[in-house]
Design a protein around this ligand. Structure first.
Ligand SMILES: [Zn+2]
Ligand SMILES: [Zn+2]
Ligand SMILES: [Zn+2]
Length: 158
């Protein structure tokens, strides 16, 4: 699976595609993608990096959105609950899912230089699940976050 975020790509298509996928899923499932929820998602898609709730709030109020912290938190709760956005625990921040229509375990590659986060797919047959079930443990949620340097930050380091 390609990792989006560190690679060159048509970012306008990427943002529009991400929005469209979520709009379609919401329509199918009868979920309400309110203006605020949609805008929060759009910001995360545009930024391609993990953002804290307060970063998002800052952008929204710059735009004149009458946004209160609870509005942003509720939008993020909705978006993460339905898998449109993931929470990156390490950064206590949020990132838009790059393939929101698939059931998947996200694996995050986090650049410690610029906070860009790329999501990449986990091999579906993960050894972790088998190892856990050998111990009688049933995994409900796995968070995989790897830290390092993205290609452009590696370039700056040399
Ligand atoms: Zn993009
Ligand atoms: Zn995802
Ligand atoms: Zn970087």
């Amino acid at each position: 699976m390609e990792s989006i975020g560190f690679s060159q790509h048509d970012h306008t298509a990427c943002v529009n595609g991400g929005l469209k996928a979520v709009e379609n899923t919401c329509a199918d499932k009868g979920l309400r993608l309110t203006k605020g929820r949609r805008r929060v998602l759009e910001i995360l898609l545009q930024e391609h990096r993990a953002m804290g709730a307060y970063d998002i709030l800052g952008l929204l109020s710059d735009e004149g959105f009458a946004s209160q912290p609870p509005v942003v938190y509720r939008a993020l709760d909705f978006l993460t609950e339905h898998g449109f956005v993931h929470k990156v625990e390490k950064l206590n921040a949020y990132v838009a899912c790059t393939h929101p229509t698939d059931q998947h375990t996200p694996v995050f590659l986090i650049c410690r230089g610029c906070d860009t986060v790329a999501e990449t797919g986990m091999p579906t047959r993960s050894g972790l699940k088998d190892a856990a079930s050998d111990m009688g443990f049933e995994i409900e949620k796995t968070v995989v976050e790897a830290e390092g340097l993205c290609p452009s930050c590696q370039g700056q380091a040399t």
